[in-house]
Design a protein around this ligand. Structure first.
Ligand SMILES: Cc1cc2nc3c(=O)[nH]c(=O)nc-3n(C[C@H](O)[C@H](O)[C@H](O)COP(=O)(O)OP(=O)(O)OC[C@H]3O[C@@H](n4cnc5c(N)ncnc54)[C@H](O)[C@@H]3O)c2cc1C
Length: 600
């Protein structure tokens, strides 16, 4: 029998799917999926971020959502061809729903759907003014009441939040708040970003002096405005701060600096938030319909409590407060913790001439930056990938198309290869006493990040200093107490100290909801981040998606946004569309709203 080419196979399947869904024939549609299938939907069908795993979950979702979603026009995406490798046929796809246009990705195994990604690209009738639809800018003709762009911007700034309420308030103007606000601006959703720092970009500027991005440039672009081709691979923190500051200006954001959100409460009846902010010393009450907390998943410091902290005579602070190494030349520094911040801070202190000891309480996953770039990210986010025609949008969508449930299976071989390539390096680290791990199931850095957001260091040099003893190491011990001038460890060791840095990580983002709204709301919403993988610091049950991120929560009109630059860029699209739809009164019945299993 003549085998069909990949395009033919995909088109035939999409036609059958189209017909089954248009006819409301759920069973016929479900039969097109493998039994071990995954359908990941970013807002298009579910008004949620949700992965349906297996035919039963696909059936359940379709039964609940098909009638309202009204999907149609399934086809191979314009200008794309399906391809085949190792028995898997892959294709970019397009489709429409009653209210939106969608883009997605499909993988077929034995002629049936193995993975399907459906994402909402734009709402019909509310498209972003891009390309042919870009704004004119100039107003040709004559108008005695003509207002310049500058005057219009000033009028908007004077009015929004005072005589006119924003639809949305974003608390937190780091890269997360900024990327989301840029998208909302393009969608004409009146939005104010509240930021307590003096300047956009300060959340990076205020971190320790030596910090450079740990992720490479190809992974870090912001929406609409990619970094130029001469941008460094790993941007220094102050440079990224400047980029963010420039971005808020050119993207015309209503960005309130030196403004702190003090409290917020939601009136269920009116569907309105009351948000108290202090702007340059003056209290202002905002009344938006939607509140987004973009306050940072690396923002709520976990400060440990040890006996004797109150009598310690030297400097002590959380890593987020660490000013940098300059005043510690010739001093004795003890850094508690062994993840990214601990390593960066230890290395910078050593470079500045301090005597540094790292206290490693439990094992850490280490991956060399160049190995991560070559083997981990290279195929999607690298100069080579760009040369080969990979775009940021496609890379993000391919990433998004891999179901979380089986993602570790793809990651394990990557980290096995890295272990082999860097075997010598790992051996030397272990010889120095460093406790290594590769994740609970050996799936490495990215899964650790998705599951718990911690537990690793991307090595840019500090590991060598540990291996050769320049940074001293005490591992497998905890802090017992502090004295006036030292840290006493659980094995009885006394480390004289002028400085103690607690590089002890960050708490769940619902802690921000507790601070700003109430403990009740924080508990109702529950833990933010993690997949429910039942691995260390990511308790089950299985969620299938990041808890509470970029999607509806148990608290109406409360949203969490953030993550690394890649996630901020990618998921801000779906969050902005969810907010825009609500503003326009488009029905947004949420399918599969997550339940709360853990409060922190
Ligand atoms: C040492 C270190 C290195 C990192 N390296 C990378 C990297 O290489 N790549 C990467 O993508 N990510 C990296 N991250 C993760 C990084 O934290 C996030 O990517 C980034 O900061 C998240 O941006 P955000 O906007 O979500 O949060 P943040 O940048 O933390 O911004 C939150 C903002 O909220 C403001 N805020 C909080 N509460 C209030 C309030 N009540 N009122 C007003 N404003 C408030 C804060 O001032 C802050 O500016 C790193 C993190 C750390 C700690």
């Amino acid at each position: 029998m003549l085998e069909k080419a990949p395009n033919g196979r995909v088109s035939e399947l999409l036609n059958t799917l189209d017909k089954a869904l248009s006819a409301g024939d759920v069973e016929r549609a479900v039969a097109l999926f493998q039994t071990d299938c995954y359908w990941r939907d970013l807002v298009a069908f579910t008004w949620n971020i949700k992965t349906m795993e297996g035919q039963d979950q696909v059936r359940d979702m379709l039964k609940a959502r098909l009638a309202e979603t009204k999907p149609s026009k399934w086809r191979i995406a314009d200008g794309e061809d399906a391809s085949e490798a190792d028995g898997i046929t892959e294709s970019w796809i397009q489709f429409e729903t009653g209210v939106a246009r969608g883009f997605g990705h499909l993988r077929l195994k034995d002629g049936r759907i193995w993975t399907l990604l459906t994402t909402m690209s734009e709402l019909k009738g509310h498209e972003e003014p891009l390309g042919f639809d870009r704004p004119m800018g100039a107003k040709h003709g004559a108008d005695p009441n003509r207002k310049t762009w500058k005057e219009e911007r000033e009028a908007e700034a004077a009015e929004l939040g005072y005589s006119r309420q924003p639809y949305c308030v974003i608390v937190g103007g780091g890269q997360g708040g900024i990327a989301l606000a840029a998208r909302l601006r393009q969608l004409s959703v009146p939005t104010i970003v509240i930021e307590r720092n003096e300047r956009p970009g300060d959340s990076w500027r205020k971190r320790y002096k030596s910090l450079c991005l740990h992720d490479p440039v190809w992974y870090d672009h912001l929406p609409y405005l990619p970094f130029p081709r001469n941008w460094p691979v790993f941007a220094p923190k102050d440079k990224i701060g400047d980029w963010l500051e420039m971005y808020t200006k050119v993207m015309e954001l209503n960005y309130w600096t030196s403004t702190e959100c003090k409290k917020a409460s939601y009136d269920e009846k009116s569907g309105e938030w009351t948000i108290v902010v202090v702007r340059e010393g003056k209290e202002i009450v905002l009344k938006p319909k939607q509140l987004v907390l973009a306050t940072g998943m690396s923002g709520k410091a976990n400060m440990p409590k040890f006996e004797g902290m109150d009598i310690f005579k030297g400097d002590q602070h959380h890593s987020s407060q660490h000013p940098g190494p300059d005043k510690y030349k010739g001093k004795k520094a003890v850094v508690i913790g062994s993840n990214n911040s601990a390593h960066d801070i230890c290395a910078a202190l050593w470079e500045a001439g301090a005597d540094v000891t790292m206290v490693q309480r439990s094992s850490t996953h280490i991956v060399k930056s160049d190995s991560l770039m070559d083997i981990g990210l290279g195929s999607l986010y690298s100069e080579k990938a760009v040369e080969g025609g990979m775009t940021t949008m496609k890379a993000d969508l391919i990433f998004a198309s891999l179901p979380y449930k089986i993602m570790h299976e793809f990651q394990i071989p990557v980290y096995n290869a890295i272990r082999e390539r860097d075997a010598d390096f790992y051996k030397r680290l272990e010889k120095a006493g460093f406790l290594l791990d590769y994740g609970d199931d050996e799936s490495g850095l990215f899964m650790k990040y998705l599951r718990r957001g911690s537990g690793y260091y991307i090595d840019v040099g500090a590991s060598e200093l540990i291996a050769n003893g320049s940074i001293k190491l005490k591992s497998g011990v905890d802090v017992k107490k502090l004295t006036e001038h030292s840290v006493i460890l659980s094995d009885g060791t006394e480390l004289p100290a002028d400085l103690v840095v607690y590089a002890t990580g960050y708490g769940s983002m619902n802690g921000w909801a507790a601070d700003l709204i109430s403990k009740d709301v924080a508990n109702k919403v529950g833990k933010v981040w993690g997949l429910g993988s039942n691995t260390t610091k990511d308790p089950g049950p299985w969620e299938g998606e990041q808890r509470n991120m970029w999607k509806p929560t148990q608290q109406e009109a409360l949203w969490f946004h953030g993550g690394n630059l890649h996630q901020s860029r990618h998921y801000s699209q779906y969050l902005s569309l969810q907010l825009k739809a609500r503003m326009e009164g488009i029905p947004t019945s949420v399918y599969g709203l997550q339940k709360t299993h853990h409060v922190s």
